[in-house]
Design a protein around this ligand. Structure first.
Ligand code: ADP
Ligand code: MG
Length: 865
């Protein structure tokens, strides 16, 4: 930013731009968007895939095979097969990457910011991307500034420009004085956050022409972070690769030493084993699973802003949620009121004495009527909308009231203060001060009235009503309307209103579900303790053994005390946004994963501190959304629980893919090494291993990412932060599977070579090829369902069935069709051999099922531990 800017602009009339002007400017200046990074060219992407370890090994194998074909008359089979596999690998990788990118782009489009502006003489809400220079925009606390602009009018406007300056502090801004020589104080910049006050501003620059646009290239360079799961998988893959390489080296030396095979042959088999054993499809499966999770969450109203949140939300231990609007409907209605003269009465029953209370509420009110997509709607805080609606039932309106007593100053609402004040000029010239807010926060003069008010307050709150108090006083004509210290003192109590905000109907069930899933739900609210408790009991948050505390009690607790009792606190009432951070941090110190909801500007730090920051899509400010990892498009608590289930499904599918891919890979290594030690030679040729790798591992593994949620997904405790990837029986299952396949394949090899045939290694090889490929494809059904297999197991993922059918048909045709068979050095089996294949392929699924039933009790124990 420059201190003085050369900027010169033409003032737009108060009615805003006309449609015709907007059109013309759009042609001239384009769209208000930061350009994405330049797309990566195709050759760079291909290179990226060739660079990974298994592609490099394959490439080496192609070179070796070509060498053997030319100089040792080895035939071109290997070269062709390996090249094809290499190409398939790269193409699949490119395709997956493209589809993951596409879904992420779609995601970005869903969380695009909006702006409030004025065009053709009307107030409108529009996509921020549609703004053009000259547009008039309204800015309020919590908005993200959508473009560079100069300030036309402002009240107490303060802005956080950290995104540009790196310093997070509130900077005050002022109206511009002249059209030339603007200072930075008179301008606001795209991407910065309004942290206080409000303004009317005129857009001066959009898109890449903004100050933010000028540094956008820097911002684009930020690296994407790995999720914990990706990290754990990465190190697992590294171990596997190391192990595969070791297996390759062992096989190479054994076949050189024991069998006196040619160097090239030995190298080839070593390389192939290494390729087959590296779980190269795993990273692809992780990416697909995550991006599929993102999409499924979006379908359920939860928009993920960082892909890692898909995983984290599945593992949350604690969800700290706002009450108003998230647990409740945010549809407030004033049902009762109290004044010193009337006592508690129903809202519909409004004698003269109650009218004054209503008028004051109407004056100290910020709800606006806006036009959106052609229809009128009342915009503002639900509390204030309730007041506007009450006014309407009495045939009155804000405008009518303000004509008689125009507002001349305001001290806006803020959830730390829990009150707001407005100052009005009465027809006789005197000033009327009206403050509305929490009864315990209004600066009232002590009196008998307050005692009665307090009693009425408690009665209303106990009925789960949100209570708002109104205080007032009249000042002489010449009083200073902005001397807030003076103004916010010695008020008289005008009355109270009680607003009902019913819980969302689906929330009680969602909380019960969360509890079953080992997740604690905590209510955080600015409302009074009594109101909060009444609602918490209604929806099942506050049950026996749990307590509710106030922000004051919270601040009196030391960290140690809080850590001790935090497990038993379910409700925090009358808290400020700054208390939220402390709650998050205390849970985190107990090594729990915490999700926290928020909507206001001052919630942003807590949203960032939480493991999953969740912003409200409807009532949330742009600033809160920016700080969040997830946005709820329906503001609904139940949506969070749906997202948890989706996150868990993604995690579980990835674990299933690990189980599927890695167990058999180990078996392949053992098989090759042991059989070589036995002096049987390689029971599978390089090209056979590689084909199994693609058809029996790659394709089915890919479809595991499409598995739907298991019904019991919300009946298990969350995965702990430091819980091993191989926990919950995974290690044991993989070992069982690896041993099963090793013994099985060695057995069928020996049977084929020595029993069915008279020492014909090709018969043994064909049996191993079929049993290994088919057996590992069939037992996917035991892996994909953590419960014992039932008919349901075969019905939940039709794509997988078709994929398996295709893979199995291909595998079988390779051993049946004459040309293919010869090409791969396989042989046609006698009927006896096919019987072995049939039974042999069913053994692994049988053993896995048996194991599931035997250890079933063990797994159930996890649910209660
Ligand atoms: P939450 O959103 O967590 O329910 P808030 O911080 O919005 O809590 O509100 C806390 C208290 O502030 C309410 O109990 C009420 O007394 C008061 N309050 C809420 N909204 C307004 C408003 N628009 N004007 C004045 N006071 C308000
Ligand atoms: Mg609120």
């Amino acid at each position: 930013m420059s201190q003085k800017s050369e900027l010169l602009f033409k003032i737009t009339p108060k009615s805003g731009l006309t449609d015709a002007e907007v059109e013309q400017k759009r042609v001239e200046f384009g769209i208000n968007e930061l350009l994405e990074q330049r797309p990566v060219p195709l050759y760079r992407k291909i290179w990226h895939h060739l660079k990974d370890i298994s592609s490099l090994v394959l490439l080496l194998a192609v070179v070796l095979a070509t060498y053997m074909a030319i100089f040792q008359n080895g035939g071109w089979t290997k070269t062709i097969v390996i090249s094809l596999i290499l190409i398939i690998n790269v193409v699949i990788g490119l395709y997956q990457e493209a589809s993951a990118e596409k879904s992420l782009a779609a995601l970005k489009a869903m969380s695009l910011p909006t702006a409030k502006g004025r065009r053709n003489g009307r107030d409108i809400t529009l996509a921020a991307s549609e703004l053009v220079p000259g547009d008039l925009i309204y800015l309020n606390t919590g908005d993200q500034v959508p473009a560079d602009a100069v300030i036309i009018e402002e009240t107490n406007l303060t802005v956080d420009e950290a995104i540009l300056t790196g310093e997070s502090l509130a900077v005050s801004k002022t109206n511009f004085k002249a059209e030339t020589n603007l200072t930075d104080d008179e301008r606001i910049f795209s991407g910065t956050a309004v942290v206080g006050g409000s303004a009317l501003a005129q857009v001066t620059a959009i898109g890449m022409a903004t100050e933010l646009g000028k540094i956008a290239n820097l911002l684009n360079k930020t690296q994407k972070r790995q999720t914990p799961l990706q990290g754990k998988l990465d190190s697992l893959s590294k171990w596997m690769t190391l192990f595969a390489a070791l297996g390759g080296v062992v096989i190479f030396s054994l076949s050189m030493g024991m069998q006196n095979k040619a160097l090239a042959d030995s190298l080839m088999i070593g390389l192939s084993l290494a390729v087959a054993a590296v779980p190269e499809t795993l990273p692809i499966i992780v990416t697909i699973s995550l991006s599929r999770g993102v999409k499924r969450m979006a379908d359920r109203n939860a928009i993920i802003r960082h892909i890692g949140a898909v995983e984290t939300i599945g593992n949350v231990d604690v969800i700290a949620t706002d009450k108003t609007g998230t647990l409740t409907q945010n549809k407030m209605t004033i049902t009762k009121y109290w004044t010193p003269e009337t006592d508690i009465k129903k809202a519909a029953d409004l004698p003269e004495a109650g009218q004054n209370l209503l008028k004051m509420l109407g004056l100290a009110n910020d709800a606006k009527i806006m036009e959106k997509d052609g229809s009128k709607e009342v915009i503002g805080d639900a509390t204030e909308i309730a007041i506007v609606n009450w006014l309407k039932t009495q045939g009155s309106s804000r405008q009518q009231l303000e004509e008689k007593a125009p507002r001349i100053a305001e001290d806006p609402f803020d959830s730390a203060k829990k009150m707001m004040t407005t100052v009005h000029r009465l027809p006789n010239g005197h000033l009327l001060v009206i403050a509305k807010g929490a009864l315990d926060r209004l600066p009232l003069t002590q009196s008998k009235v307050i005692e009665a008010g307090q009693k009425a307050h408690d009665d209303l709150a106990a009925a789960a009503l949100r209570v708002l108090a109104v205080g007032y006083k009249v000042l002489p004509e010449d009083a200073d309307p902005t001397a807030w210290k003076e103004i916010n003192s010695n008020l008289k109590l005008a009355g109270l209103i009680g607003l009902i905000d019913p819980p969302r109907p689906e929330v009680a069930a969602a909380i019960a579900k969360a509890r079953q899933a080992g997740i604690k739900t905590v209510m955080i609210t600015g409302d009074h303790l009594v109101t909060a408790k009444a609602i918490a009991e209604e929806i099942g948050i506050l049950d026996s053994g749990q307590t509710a505390i106030t922000g004051t009690e919270l601040s009196e607790m030391s960290d140690a005390e809080l850590k001790q009792s935090i497990q038993n606190i379910s409700v925090y009432a009358r808290v400020s946004p700054s208390d939220k951070i402390r709650i998050v941090q205390m849970w985190q110190e107990l090594n729990k994963t915490v999700a926290m909801t928020g909507d206001g500007v001052n919630d942003a730090p807590a949203l960032k501190a939480a493991d999953v920051g969740i912003a409200m899509g409807v009532t949330g400010t742009e600033v809160a959304k920016e700080a969040a990892d997830m946005i709820l498009t329906d503001d609904n608590f139940a949506t969070i629980i749906k997202a948890v289930a989706e996150g868990r499904t993604v995690y579980q599918n990835i674990i299933k893919a690990v189980e599927f891919l890695i167990g058999v890979n180990f078996a392949q290594i053992f098989l090759m090494v042991i059989s070589t030690i036995f002096g049987w030679g390689a029971p599978l040729l390089a090209e056979q291993l590689l084909i199994i790798n693609v058809l029996a591992d790659g394709i089915p593994g890919f479809f595991i990412s499409k598995e739907p949620s298991e019904p019991n997904i919300m009946a298990q405790d969350p995965i702990g932060n430091d819980e091993s990837l191989l926990g919950r029986g995974l290690m044991q299952r993989m070992i069982i599977r690896a041993i099963t396949f090793t013994i099985l394949t060695l057995g069928v090899y020996a049977y084929g070579r020595f029993v069915i045939s008279a020492n014909n290694p090709q018969v043994g090889m064909t049996l191993v090829f079929l049993v290994l490929a088919l057996g590992s494809m069939i037992d996917i059904y035991a892996i994909k369902d953590s419960q014992p297999i039932s008919w349901q197991t075969f019905k939940t993922n039709k794509m997988l069935n078709w994929g398996l059918l295709l893979s199995m048909t291909l595998v079988i045709s390779l051993t049946v069709l004459p040309h293919l068979r010869q090409f791969l050095h396989l042989t046609l089996l006698p009927i006896q051999g096919w019987l072995v294949v049939l039974f042999g392929s069913l053994i692994p699924i049988f053993i896995l099922e048996l194991n599931k039933r035997l250890t079933g009790n063990l797994q159930l124990n996890f649910e209660n531990s």
